[in-house]
Design a protein around this ligand. Sequence first.
Ligand code: MV4
Length: 505
Amino acid sequence: MTFSKILVGNRGEIALRVIRACRELGVRSVAVYSDADARAPHVREADEAVRLGGAASADSYLRADRIIEAAQRTGTQAIHPGYGFLAESAAFARSVRDAGIKFIGPGADAIAAMGSKTAARRLAIDAGVPVVPGTAEPLRDLAEARAVVARMGYPVLLKAVAGGGGKGMRVVGEAAELEPALAAAQRESKNAFGDDAVYVEKLIVGPRHVEIQVLGDEYGAMVSLGERECSIQRRHQKMIEEAPSVAVTPELRRAMGDTAVRVAQAAGYVNAGTCEFLLDRDGNYFFLEMNTRIQVEHPVTELVTGIDLVQWQIRIAAGDRLPFRQEQIVPRGWSIECRITSEDPANGFLPSTGRIQYLNVPSGRGLRWDSGIEVGSEVGLNYDPMLAKLVVHATTRDEAIDRMRRALLELTVDGVETSRDFHLRVMEDAEFRAGAIDIQWLERRLTTLIGAAAPPETARLAALVAAMIADRDRVSARRAPSTTLERQPSLADGWTRTARVEALR
Ligand code: MV4
């Protein structure tokens, strides 16, 4: 390892994830933090820490200049950007390199090429990779849009050239909708990205969202690490991911893997990256875009391949060669990840704020808990609502679902509302168990998945008192409540916490 010290330009669970990889590699880590994070776990766990500025991201984790200055001041040789914030900023990657520091990720040119969705499409088309029918250049005006769409047929999807993550997208079902949809897509793109360029694709109806992880070194070697099934998302925020996908056979895995490697190599890609595909009901797949960062859901790939993606990101940046041959990489077993967020599913996933009062973290066989919070953490509105990722690994998909359900029943987060009960309902859902999911599944099933009635006010009050008593027992006396406890077998009445069940007697 040629690095002795790395700066982690991020916060929360991904900062801790990178710090852990550094420790295992024998590399010192430098955390950066905002005023809101002065006492955050990532600051404590790193070997050194540098304050960036105020709580707002714009004053801290988005300050490229201060992050680079912190790296120089602490004598670090490399910066890991995590995900979000500056992770996919070609300008940041370039500034880091120009400062004589290694950016742990692809080159600025590859980031820029994949940042333009039309450039990525042209790259894929030139590499002979299937993309959704549509344009590879921005639409000049309404007349051109009409002409193009007349040839393709409705429905179509307008997309922002600078997009990704669904912003600036508009479905157009018929000719009359085209003019207002084009105006809306351009306006939204301009607001979100400062660029109103929009292009058009045929709308694929009812597909799955399947992505392929790749890893490439600086000497041209590249492998694909199998797929992740990411169809369970709400408003373009993924909520549950798994690896492998029930829809992917070994043959399809090989074909999609080769395709992902072809796209990445065409872009001169180095380090970890992910190619997103739509997979339709007939098993046809279409390249959508490439994410040039480590992704939130990378653990499911780590658990089925046994390969530490973050360690390899660091080793690749340090100039190591990949030692894997493609044939050696075979997914083993099944992994599922639930993103535990501070959102209230019963209230339209409204972000919830507060201090974490009590936390019972699941443990036992086949579990992984990647989290940025602890008891005492203040959950505010400055950053992403994801509190933790609960990840399981088991032999089969059925066993992975059973294990995730068991782990969710063990999980207690007091102090903020969370998505925990929502995830439990998904694990108990027959369609999910059958693997009958696509990108519209969650929206379609949302009312049943958040449907359980809240208990009446008196029960709430009784439950609160009981929880306080139980909490006193747990925290002060460090022992379980002495009453006989009975765990509800399921979420049938939407009310499972042990102490509260007790209180309702
Ligand atoms: C599509 C699509 C269907 N047809 N493109 C969403 C974000 C960006 N990565 C690309 N996305 C999609 N592109 C065509 N031609 C479906 C999605 C899509 C999606 C669309 C609506 C609602 C949820 C979605 C979840 C994943 C992907």
